[in-house]
Write a protein of this length. Structure first.
Length: 151
């Protein structure tokens, strides 16, 4: 039996970062980013990725405030998670994504990536960080990810 593969998402109002990773390697890789128009992601692209990678679950970053309170983006990410679950009939896990975009930006600055290229890469690197956090949590059974149905 093959180890499960996962797709990770960093949901934003304009861009959706996407990463792939699996239990076998324990590593997440930045995959691509997609456009989001009026809250609607590029579903044909997501359909192709789900068909290609056949993930066991989908991992969505949950943007919480530093004090654990929710905001408009938290609600938008939850809604996106519910839509993924309904569309693909796969488990969706929500993972705290605080500071993943900041970490992604810092990584790109430290790598001396030009500013114009950084902007295009931040979303998929943030998705990689989100998925990596999920994979790391799987190695530590005491930490359980939040589910899209958690309210």
């Amino acid at each position: 039996m093959n180890a499960p593969t996962y797709l990770g998402f960093d949901y934003g109002t304009k861009h959706l970062g996407i990463a792939v990773g699996g239990s076998a390697s324990g590593r997440a890789e930045a995959l691509t980013s997609a456009s989001v128009h009026q809250g609607i992601p590029d579903w044909p692209l997501l359909d192709r990725l789900v068909n290609e990678w056949k993930p066991a679950a989908l991992i969505v970053g949950l943007p919480l405030n530093m004090d654990d309170s929710e905001n408009a983006m938290t609600r938008a990410a939850r809604k996106f998670g519910h839509r993924l679950q309904g569309r693909y009939n796969l488990p969706v896990h929500l993972v705290d994504e605080r500071l993943t975009s900041v970490d992604a930006k810092n990584t790109l600055v430290e790598s001396h990536v030009p500013w114009k290229q950084r902007k295009a890469k931040v979303d998929k690197l943030a998705a990689q960080n989100i998925l990596q956090a999920y994979l790391d949590a799987q190695q530590r059974p005491k930490m359980e990810p939040r589910h899209a149905t958690d309210e």
